[in-house]
Ligand binder design. Structure first.
Ligand SMILES: CSC[C@H]1O[C@H](OP(=O)(O)O)[C@H](O)[C@@H]1O
Length: 360
């Protein structure tokens, strides 16, 4: 499985080359593939806020590289660089509020910085660059591990080709490579378990129609795009065996914050006897929050609803644009992480999962 996934890899969102950070501008996909280069925490934070790069794990990885860029600039400027670097951490942390991977990555980089603080500056910078690269690689490895767990779970319930539904984009464009939910779907296809993938367009930002369809079509995986509002009709038909989604933050009781529209998919899946799988690395699990009620939900500009490519098409009205919602644990059949699978998640099972050492 691992080798076949590696061989199938075609898309990446983040490149660190010769000390420079390159991001594929996902605002332009699928019509244009444009790479942008970044050299500071402020521009990296703006790229996250503007969704040049998006997707919980990808945001964390990008922020980690943003810390390296900031450290290099602060060391070059000399003086009390640690105080100035604290400002850079804050700028990166303020870029988007919901995906806990951002804060997990910044905490990991800060812990590493503190542990290495006695090193000469050149060595310190080299070690911090290595840490960001290791974080990136660990995310790819986690996705390869989760892909196997997901395939095993799908096959446990039904062998043979089947119809899967997914929401938003959880692929290589949202992670360090291969994807979380889309990584499971890619692997399921390679294992002959996919008749067709049904991708919600995922309004208003259209991660499904612009990114998921782009990734899957690019690999010859059968995919149909559907309006978000067609998901109920699809599940009612009895065709769908699994809804498979990613996550931006999972709390200690197993509640899941994910792209807006995920909660209604979970309710529909429960009603129609469709299984519901969440796939996310353990860097998405926030054990500091007892339940999903505490997760900060990002609201973005109303223009994302009222305009297309800057062209207004709606009437002059207010817009309500929360871009995440929370699915309660009791609507979830399984949460898949690189540490293992939690079926019918609850607080006790999540605590047991998080007590296991990380596989990578
Ligand atoms: C692999 S998790 C991706 C996760 O992030 C997406 O949100 P956004 O595109 O706004 O960053 C969505 O919630 C996905 O499930």
């Amino acid at each position: 499985m691992r080798e076949r996934l590696l061989a199938a890899e075609k898309v990446t969102a983040i490149r660190w080359q010769s000390g420079n950070l390159y991001l594929l501008d996902q605002r332009c996909l699928p019509l244009e593939e444009q790479w942008l280069v970044y050299d500071s925490a402020a521009t990296v934070a703006q790229a996250i806020r503007d969704m040049v790069v998006r997707g919980a794990p990808a945001i964390g990885i990008t922020a980690a590289y943003g810390v390296v860029l900031a450290l290099r600039a602060r060391l070059a400027a000399g003086g009390h660089w640690r105080l100035a670097l604290d400002e850079d951490f804050q700028i990166l942390a303020a870029s988007r509020p919901t995906a806990v991977n951002l804060f997990w990555a910044l905490d990991r980089m800060r812990e590493r910085l503190n542990a290495l603080s006695a090193l000469p500056e050149v060595e310190l910078l080299a070690q911090m660059e290595a840490e960001a690269i290791a974080l990136h690689e660990a995310d790819r490895e986690a996705n390869l591990t989760m892909a196997q767990f997901g395939v095993d779970l799908i096959r446990k319930h039904k062998a043979g080709p089947q119809h899967l539904l997914t929401h938003c984009n959880t692929g290589a464009l949202a992670t360090g490579g291969f994807g979380t939910a889309l990584g499971v779907i890619r692997a399921a296809y390679l294992e002959g378990l996919v008749e067709r993938v049904h991708a919600d367009e995922t309004r208003p930002w259209l991660q499904g129609s612009r990114l998921t369809a782009f990734e899957l079509a690019g690999e010859g995986i059968p995919v149909s795009l559907n309006a978000d509002s067609a998901a109920a009709h699809l599940m009612k038909s009895g065709a769908i065996t699994w809804v498979i989604v990613g996550a931006d933050r999972i709390t200690a009781n197993g509640d899941v914050a994910n792209k807006i529209g995920t909660y209604q998919l979970a309710v529909l899946a429960m009603h129609h006897g469709v299984r519901f799988m969440v796939v996310a690395p353990s860097s998405t699990i926030d054990m500091q929050l007892a339940s999903g009620d505490e997760i900060p939900i990002e609201e973005r500009a109303g223009t994302e609803l009222l305009e297309v490519h800057g062209q207004r098409f709606a009437a002059e009205v207010e817009a309500f644009n929360p871009v995440f919602d929370v699915t309660p644990a009791d609507l979830i059949d399984a949460i898949i992480t690189e540490k293992g699978v939690v079926e019918r998640p609850n607080a006790e099972k999540m605590a047991a999962l998080m007590s296991r050492r990380r596989l990578h």
